[in-house]
Design a protein around this ligand. Structure first.
Ligand code: CA
Length: 226
């Protein structure tokens, strides 16, 4: 049974999440402030952490940073409020794996939890860096270096690249990308994948209109060519 730790001080929120997650078959534990959250993480070694930002004693940003500084790489799903800087949450500085914005639907949260747990330990998640053509990729820092120029990559850009690179020379369908990265129950459409690929080509290809590395496989999806 997979164990989920909820770090949140709002009792009603904890109760609601706990009921729903237990109904889905997870074991659920909770902590009511940031320091207790870190202590429980170390003691209980959960498979996933749901972490609120507004917390007594230590806020969620600092909790996540502290866990990563301790080399604890348990996936973290952050609960954010509207207007909070999502790129910062997912970036290197904080190191969370995904987020949902309050107020969220239970369905959305469960989809994110499932997707994160499924992704953990996937072979493509083990790729930390990669080089091709004149591009060097550092997935831990979410940075590409192209002819010595540093280019920032977003969370989903990194995930798509890792997945395509793990299957290099083979076509990967859009559905597979959605399934692996977002989870089938999440909301993005096939068009979402195309939009990310366009951005990746603009960042990494010499001629984004005639890509040599992230190529389209007609009627199927995409293929990475080293
Ligand atoms: Ca809170």
């Amino acid at each position: 049974m997979e164990k989920i730790l909820i770090i949140e001080d709002e009792i009603d929120m904890v109760r609601g999440l706990k009921d729903n997650l237990e109904y889905e078959g997870y074991k659920v534990i909770s902590a009511g402030d940031g320091l207790e959250g870190i202590a429980r993480t170390q003691k209980e070694k959960p498979d996933l952490i749901i972490l609120d930002i507004m917390l007594p004693k230590m806020n969620g940003f600092d909790v996540c940073k502290e866990l990563r500084a301790k080399k604890i790489n348990i996936p973290v799903l952050m609960l954010t409020a509207k207007g909070e800087e999502v790129d910062k949450v997912l970036g290197l500085e904080i190191g969370a794996d995904d987020y949902v914005t309050k107020p969220f639907s239970v369905r959305e949260l469960l989809a994110r939890v499932k997707a994160l747990l499924r992704r953990t330990g996937k072979p493509y998640e083990q790729i930390k860096s990669y080089e091709f053509g004149n591009v060097k990729l550092d997935f831990k820092k979410c940075i590409a270096t192209k002819r010595k120029k540093k280019i920032e990559l977003s969370y989903f850009e990194v995930e798509i690249l890792k997945l395509l690179i793990a299957h290099k020379d083979e076509p990967v369908t859009r559905e597979e990308i959605l399934d692996q990265i977002w989870g089938l129950e999440a909301y993005p459409t096939n068009r979402t994948v195309d939009n990310y690929v366009v951005r990746l080509r603009q960042k990494l290809e010499d001629d984004p209109k005639a890509p040599e590395h992230i190529v389209t496989v007609h009627r199927i999806g995409y293929k990475f060519l080293p």
